[in-house]
Design a protein around this ligand. Sequence first.
Ligand SMILES: [Zn+2]
Length: 158
Amino acid sequence: MTEEQKGYMKMAIEISRIGMRAGKGGPFGCVIVKDGNIIGSGSNSVLSTNDPTAHAEIVAIREACKTLGDFQLEGCELYTSCEPCPMCLGAIYWARPARVFYANTKKDAAEAGFDDQFIYEELQLPYNLRKIPFEQGMQESAKEVFQEWILKEDKTLY
Ligand SMILES: [Zn+2]
């Protein structure tokens, strides 16, 4: 990391500290930068918003996309105070930033009581062996909408 990049990470870490002390959620912070400008930031806000998806990265991605008026983060760098969980990892791939920097590791998070290893383990299992049961039904009806999407001429591809 360059000195400038370390500066952004320092901000992500500071945001994690402030959010934690304010009781917003766990000790996680994130900053998103484009062309030297901070376009989004956030701390874990699961507790303050009663939103289980309000991880720092998700909060920051939403803000950055709002700032850009775009649904992807082309050319952006994402600085997160901790290695992303599987949900945030997925969100990062959908948002497509150019690069991700993280400070704490998954192992550090697990030691602090934030263990996401069980999600990785669940992903390896067939649906019938997972902790949350999934059941498929009505595929034909749902597929009609997919068919309409495939044929839709004025769609925005992403
Ligand atoms: Zn996460």
